[in-house]
Design a protein. Structure first.
Length: 272
């Protein structure tokens, strides 16, 4: 069975406007799968769609939806009723508010839970039955090293990423013997536009175009993900993330939290 036959004819990629999501969408198109590009920013989606179509010949469709909206999943479902979605990628959900929990309004945490937990769960419940019925398909849910232990300034974010990892593992347990590949892809520090902007705002790099120290390449992460779609339920992406996950797992939970606390203080930059 070819890749496009197993996972096509269409894939839905949430968080496809830049970074890892856009690169994953391009990788699917290169393998013969048409892609629905989903994110908030229409202009960036249009740019990604144009590039994918011109380079691969795959069809694209763009959906500008804020995934923090309570009806986001319903909007996506309605906009794709005419498509056979054989692959779902959920890459949305970065944290733009790297502050203590009590310094943010509770609405920020609620939006994070909606975007990172409720919507991927709803989309999986909507699209997976057709994959099970035909006996093939794929689901990739992006997680983060922030979900391995609790740490300051990412209270809600880390908790949602822990949810994403366990949700993907449990979904794999139910679906992998029905022909549906499920992979929780756990990212560490990755060279994306969002990370560069965050590191620049902290004073850790001199320009938003500078590569943060220790950041993994998006291309390397995507290549590893495609090589391991059938090796679920969980993939720690990159050698640094693999080593970090093993180390965290070896610690008592209190020590892991203390380590994350020290790392958060260091990440804020030399002047904070």
């Amino acid at each position: 069975m070819s890749f496009a036959t197993k996972y096509g004819p269409w894939a839905l990629v949430a968080g496809a406007s830049d970074g890892v999501g856009a690169a994953f969408a391009a990788g699917l198109a290169e393998r013969g799968v048409n892609v629905v590009l989903l994110a908030r920013r229409q202009a960036l989606l249009d740019q990604v769609a144009t590039e994918i179509e011109s380079r691969t010949g795959a069809q694209t469709r763009t959906l500008a939806v804020d995934l923090a909206d309570l009806d986001a999943a319903a909007k996506v479902a309605e906009a794709t009723t005419d498509l056979e979605i054989g692959f779902l990628v959920y890459c949305a959900g970065a944290d733009p508010n790297y502050k203590p929990f009590l310094d943010n309004p509770i609405s920020a945490a609620e939006a994070m839970v909606q975007r990172n937990c409720m919507v991927p769960m709803q989309l999986c419940h909507h699209f997976a039955p057709a994959m099970v019925k035909r006996g093939s398909g794929g689901i990739v849910i992006f997680g983060s090293g922030a979900g391995l232990a609790g740490g300051p300034n990412m209270v809600a974010y880390g908790a949602t990423k822990a949810f994403d990892m366990v949700f993907a593992e449990a979904l794999w347990a139910e679906l992998h013997d029905k022909g549906v590949d499920v992979l929780g892809l756990i990212l560490g520090k990755t060279n994306t536009p969002a990370l560069r902007e965050l590191e620049y705002s902290r004073g850790n790099i001199g320009s938003p175009d500078e590569v943060p120290e220790g950041a993994a390449s998006v291309d390397d992460i995507i290549a590893e993900a495609f090589d391991n779609l059938t090796n679920g339920p969980t993939l720690m992406a990159g050698e640094v993330m693999k080593a970090a996950a093993q180390f965290v797992a070896s610690l008592p939970r209190k020590q892991a939290v203390e380590m994350f606390t020290a790392a958060a203080a260091a990440a804020m930059g030399p002047d904070r």
